[in-house]
Design a protein around this ligand. Structure first.
Ligand code: HEC
Length: 127
């Protein structure tokens, strides 16, 4: 019985969160399902793995850290505009201009695929 009421409490708070701000809830859901696995594979080794100090101040382990961005290139995510989001912009350079200083991941590391970049862009620009 306790378990049941706990469960309904959790459900109730989840639903009210979703109803208050459906966009935030949708962003978080897509982050967990589609985006985090991409970053975990290609970026996390230098950006916050095992509590190590993230390179460039960019912590890719949480959505908050990703939105905030690193030290020099501005916000990691500007919702609605992938090109103004350092997360996307630097990863795009990584795939298209790996010799650029700021390209991510740095050269010699496998860049994101066109499909992964499209997934990130769609997520950032979803209405
Ligand atoms: C091999 C290590 C390594 C990997 C892997 C890596 N990065 Fe970085 N990243 C760095 C370093 C080092 C910096 C600091 C700036 C510099 O030296 O270019 C940095 C900085 C950044 C910044 C902050 C820029 C600023 O100053 O505002 C962002 C954003 C970023 N990386 C995104 C990514 C993304 C996205 C990926 C995965 C696609 C990734 N990085 C993978 C090493 C890495």
């Amino acid at each position: 019985m306790l378990r049941l009421s706990l469960l309904s409490l959790i459900c109730a708070s989840t639903f009210s969160f979703a109803a208050d701000d459906p966009k935030t809830a949708a962003r978080l859901a897509t982050f967990t399902k589609d985006i985090k696995p991409i970053l975990d594979k290609t970026c996390i080794s230098c950006h916050g793995k095992d509590g190590k100090k993230p390179k460039g101040g960019f912590n890719a382990t949480t959505l908050d850290g990703i939105v905030k961005g690193g030290k020099e290139e501005g916000k990691g995510i500007t919702w609605g505009d992938a090109d103004k989001s350092s997360l996307y912009h630097l990863a795009f350079l990584g795939a298209t201009a790996p010799n650029e200083d700021k390209a991510m991941p740095p050269k010699k590391h496998d860049p994101l695929t066109t499909e992964q970049l499209a997934t990130i862009k769609t997520w950032i620009e979803a209405k």
